[in-house]
Design a protein around this ligand. Structure first.
Ligand code: NAP
Length: 457
């Protein structure tokens, strides 16, 4: 009876996880998707508590309290812009837990485990250990605790590959002779080191892709643990996590027109920056709040293009208020969303949803690009790379080939940012020197407030 109930809980939670993932594929259903996935997780935990082999609930209760004490503050107080590093931290905890379960299995049963089980444990502990240190490094780089700049040295790729081959070799040794304890613990040490070395050459701005990839490693670890413990829900959730994390990282690379190899081994972010002197030589057209408000007030159609700067200054509510003011004057308002604007997938969608921007005003890049030629004003709010025409024209540019939002085709472009400083790719933006571009310097939130006030006046 208890066993059947457990299987029923697991089946229900697997269905809820799949429905949850499906819901997450659209902003309109994302909240419901998240709720279904949370319910699935709750059922999986409650189901596991019914397991007939549990002898005491004392340690489980301690684990629940500890998890809540760490998890609740992380969820409540960490700001939206720090979500990538928070996600990396969560992955590191999950991977550490999986690695520790594998290590304890080997420690307890070592020599008595058959070759197949030791091989599974070996793979699981290797993935768990490297995901643990790799995720900690990724969180450190994003938080600025570790230098975000790509750290490279001669022979880096060769030594990393040698390390990987060493770990694979030790797993083969363990499979042939499961009782070889030193090989197991040496493999754990190498995997912990590999996680650190894997992340060193990757720049902070590429971390979101790497985090999605580490998420996928974490999922594979979980699936391997499911095989080891004969736990079906873990095999299902691990496979879902592993495949969705991998698909996400591939999609992000595609949206940036980069290969996975380039992200992992390309030391991206080491491009020479344009000096202030070089920038100063090119003429720009700077505008004032009053002039910009006047242009907006006489427009018939306006497209807002948000980017990382909107997230940094938390300007999403003020953007919506300006849009509301424009709509009340009969202006048609739309938002152009680039898949990799900001620093995490769906970053702009999440922020604009938080500000209650109607979903039907959000347009993907492919949908909005054909509308720019008939748009009166494109307002770029803290976006840079995703509107840089160099991606189309400048061969050799780090973003060459990346599809962009073609704001330059609008009648007037108003760019709201604090300076001419580059964005993530570290390169100058030729949009700023275009004849129809007006630069409106200042913090995005501040600018939106002042524009709305000027517009009302
Ligand atoms: P971006 O190219 O990084 O540029 C952001 C701009 O925001 C900066 O030039 C900065 O200029 C401005 N800014 C910063 N703080 C501001 C503030 N308080 N007020 C106003 N402006 C502010 O951003 P993006 O156009 O969104 O492009 C995203 C980039 O990240 C792409 O290159 C993409 O490939 C990369 N990326 C994205 C993801 C993802 O999942 N979304 C993942 C990995 C990499 P000032 O300093 O002059 O203000």
């Amino acid at each position: 009876m208890q066993r059947n109930l457990l299987q029923l809980f697991y089946l229900l939670s697997a269905i809820l996880f799949i429905l949850g993932l499906r819901g997450l594929s659209h902003p309109k259903t994302a909240r419901r998707g998240m709720f279904l996935a949370e319910l699935g997780m709750l059922l999986a935990i409650v189901g596991t508590l019914l397991h007939h082999e549990i002898v005491s609930y004392r340690w489980i209760a301690a684990g629940l309290v500890l998890g809540t004490v760490i998890g609740a503050p992380l969820a409540i107080w960490i700001p939206m812009t720090a979500v990538p590093q928070r996600t990396a931290l969560s992955h590191s905890f999950g991977a550490l837990a999986a690695a520790l379960v594998g290590i304890s299995e080997y420690y307890r049963h070592g020599a008595h485990l058959g070759s197949a089980r030791v091989a599974t444990i070996g793979v699981e502990v290797m993935l768990g250990s490297l995901t643990f240190t790799g995720s900690l490094m990724a969180a450190g780089k994003l938080q600025g605790i570790v230098r975000g700049f790509p750290i490279t040295y001669r022979g880096q790729n060769v030594s990393n590959l040698a390390l990987l081959a060493g770990m694979a070799g030790l797993i083969v040794v363990l499979t042939l002779s499961p009782a070889t304890g030193p090989a197991f613990y040496a493999m754990v040490g190498l995997a912990l080191l590999f996680g650190v070395l894997l992340i060193l050459p990757i720049g902070a701005a590429d971390m979101p892709v790497v985090i999605a990839l580490l998420n996928s490693y974490g999922g594979l670890t979980d699936a391997a643990m499911g095989f080891m413990l004969d736990n079906k829900i873990q095999i299902i959730t691990g496979s879902l996590d592993g495949s969705s994390g991998f698909i996400l990282s591939v999609l992000m690379c595609r949206a940036m027109n980069r290969s996975m190899t380039n992200v992992l081994f390309g030391a991206f972010g080491k491009v020479p920056e344009l000096t202030a002197g070089e920038q100063a030589k090119k003429p720009i057209r700077q505008t004032t709040m009053e002039e910009a408000a006047e242009i907006l007030g006489t427009a018939r159609s306006v497209v807002f293009v948000p980017g990382y700067g909107m997230a940094v200054s938390q300007a999403q509510h003020r953007v919506r208020e300006l849009a509301d003011a424009l709509k009340s004057k009969g202006v048609s308002v739309r938002y152009g969303i680039h898949a990799v604007a900001g620093r995490m997938p769906g970053h702009m969608n999440v922020l604009l949803a938080e500000a209650n921007v109607p979903y039907d005003e959000l347009y993907d890049m492919d949908q909005i690009n054909s509308h720019f030629p008939e748009t009166d004003v494109a307002v770029v709010v803290g976006a840079n790379d995703v509107v840089n025409p160099a991606a189309k024209r400048l061969r050799g540019s780090p973003i060459y080939g990346m599809p962009i939002l073609e704001v330059e085709k609008a009648r007037v472009v108003i760019v709201c940012k604090r300076s001419l400083n580059p964005g993530f790719a570290g390169i100058d933006n030729e949009l700023y020197y275009s004849d129809n571009t007006l630069m409106l310097f200042g913090d995005a939130k501040d600018t939106m407030v002042k524009l709305a006030t000027a517009l009302k006046e």
